[in-house]
Write a protein that binds this ligand. Sequence first.
Ligand code: ZN
Length: 213
Amino acid sequence: MFHRVLPGYSDSKSGQTGDYQMKIGYYSLDEYEKLVKSFHGSLAPGLLIGGFMVDLAQKNLPQGEFFDTICETSSCLPDAVQLLTPCSTGNGWMKVIDFGRFAISFYEKKTGEGIRVFLDLDKLKNCSEVYSWFMKLKPKREQDSNLLMNQIKEAGAEILSIRKIRIDPALFEKKKGGASAVCPVCKEAYPAGHGDKCRNCAGESPYLEVAEM
Ligand code: ZN
């Protein structure tokens, strides 16, 4: 959920030089790149595009309302949302539905109404390197990453499209927290609704080995 507080950012001029300066949310492009590197580990192309996506959405949302978000892919986009809005997986205001589509939606929780921003293939005609990166047309070592990043920065929101959406508000309603139980196998607490054992002990364990230390 985030509160849209300010009108458009990207058309602001830098006070010092008067040069046109591209912005992502409140950040200059440089600042955003630094944030991304420290949070995500590297400046991934998807996070740069994701920054422009969140920025475009914020400019198209009505003021004075709160919005939850849905990321339609688990890669890159959730980090752009978490860097630029108060929505996170931890606070529940961001949901990841891993359709593998490069899109983010922002919706008002009660009405389910909002907008969806996506990377629009039809708009990538002049961005050959972005297109081949997005469609995974060549191995990473053959990518021209400078060209890729430059094309993304030059294009900004021009390679994105936006749609009005309405989601079923019941879809993400918080389920009432049920009682906890003690797992008879591992002796740890788990939601009783999961069954007579915790999911780990019922066969879904990711661990090959768990040893005392
Ligand atoms: Zn257990």
